[in-house]
Design a protein around this ligand. Structure first.
Ligand SMILES: C[S@@+](CC[C@H](N)C(=O)[O-])C[C@H]1O[C@@H](n2cnc3c(N)ncnc32)[C@H](O)[C@@H]1O
Length: 262
C-alpha cells in the first residue's frame, strides 16, 4: 500500500491532476471547513496532504498562522509555486514531532488523504493530530466509506472521456489500459475481512489503495486518540449523517474535537 500510493502521488500524472486545483471539492467540505474555521477563530491552521495546495488559500485567508505539509516532495514544490508566500513543508502526518503539543486550533486532512496510510499509520496520524491540537481544537477530514457499493463485487470504474483529437484520445486509452493492468495486479492485495479494510480505488487509474472505515470504527479510533464526544459526520452534499453509512456514499466528511480545558 505504502509503495503503491507513494509512487502514484509522486508521478508527473498526479502532479498534473493537482496542478491547478482550487476551491472546495463539494458542499460537505465547505460545511466542515466553515465550522472548523469558525471554531478556530482566526488562530493557527495545519493543512495536511496539501497536494497542489487546493485548500491553502481557503484556509490561510482566515488564519493568523498557516502551515501546509505533504509527504510527497514533488507536491510541496508544486504548492510552493502555486502559493508564493505561504509556508509549506515536506512532512509525514505520522510524525509531526516538528510541532509542539497544542500548536494548532484547526488541523485539516482533506480529500481522503488520511486513507493513504495503513491501520498502524492511521493510528499514528490520529494520535499526532490530537497531540498538536490545542484544547478545544478541531480536526476536519474526510474518509472512505467501507460500505460504498463501488468497493463491492461490481467495482466502480472511470469511463474514458472521448476526444476527437487523436493524440488526446490515444493518451486516455493508454492510461485506461494501464489502469486495467494495475487493477489485475493490485486487487489481490485488498484486505476485506479484518476490522479494517484496505481497498483498491479507481482514482489515478487504480493507482491508490485506501483504508476504508465505518462510522462505528471511526468513533472508537477518535476516542482512543483523545478526541471527545460524538464526531459530526456530513455527506458530500453537506447533509448531516448519523447511524450506518448508506452504500451510495463513497466517502464522508468528519469534524472531531479535542476536549476543552474547563
Ligand atoms: C488525494 S490527495 C489530496 C490533495 C489535496 N488535499 C486536495 O484535496 O487537492 C492526497 C495528498 O495527501 C498526501 N499524503 C498522503 N499521505 C500522507 C501522509 N502520511 N503525510 C502527509 N501527506 C500525505 C499525498 O502526497 C497527496 O498529495
Amino acid at each position: 500500500m505504502e509503495m503503491i500510493n507513494r509512487r502514484t502521488w509522486s508521478s508527473p500524472l498526479s502532479r498534473r491532476d493537482y496542478r491547478n486545483s482550487s476551491g472546495f471539492i463539494n458542499e460537505g467540505e465547505r460545511v466542515v471547513l466553515g465550522i472548523g474555521l469558525a471554531n478556530s477563530r482566526g488562530g493557527s491552521v495545519l493543512d495536511i496532504g496539501i497536494g497542489g495546495g487546493r485548500t491553502a488559500a481557503l484556509l490561510a485567508r482566515e488564519a493568523a498562522n498557516y502551515v501546509g505539509i505533504d509527504y510527497t516532495p514533488e507536491m510541496v514544490t508544486l504548492a510552493r509555486s502555486n502559493h508564493l508566500g505561504l509556508c509549506f513543508e515536506n512532512m509525514d502526518a505520522r510524525d509531526l514531532s516538528a510541532f509542539a503539543n497544542g500548536s494548532f486550533d484547526l488541523v485539516v486532512f482533506s480529500y481522503n488523504g488520511i486513507d493513504s496510510v495503513d491501520a498502524d499509520g492511521r493510528k499514528s496520524v490520529l494520535r499526532e493530530v490530537s497531540r498538536v491540537l490545542k484544547a478545544g481544537g478541531t480536526f476536519a477530514f474526510s474518509t472512505f466509506n467501507r460500505n460504498w457499493h463501488g468497493f463491492g463485487q461490481n467495482r466502480a470504474r472511470s469511463s474514458i472521456v472521448w476526444s476527437n483529437h487523436p493524440v488526446k484520445l490515444s493518451f486516455r486509452l493508454l492510461k485506461h489500459a494501464m489502469g486495467m493492468v494495475r487493477e489485475c495486479r493490485f486487487a489481490p492485495l485488498e484486505e476485506r475481512d479484518g476490522e479494517h479494510a484496505i481497498l483498491l480505488h479507481r482514482a489515478h487509474d487504480f493507482g491508490i489503495m485506501v483504508y476504508a472505515t465505518t462510522p462505528g470504527q471511526l468513533r472508537s479510533q477518535l476516542t482512543e486518540s483523545g478526541f471527545t464526544g460524538e464526531p459530526l459526520l456530513f455527506s458530500v452534499d453537506g447533509r448531516p449523517l448519523d447511524g450506518e453509512m448508506p452504500a451510495n456514499e463513497e466517502y464522508f466528511h468528519v469534524l472531531a474535537r479535542k476536549p476543552s480545558l474547563s
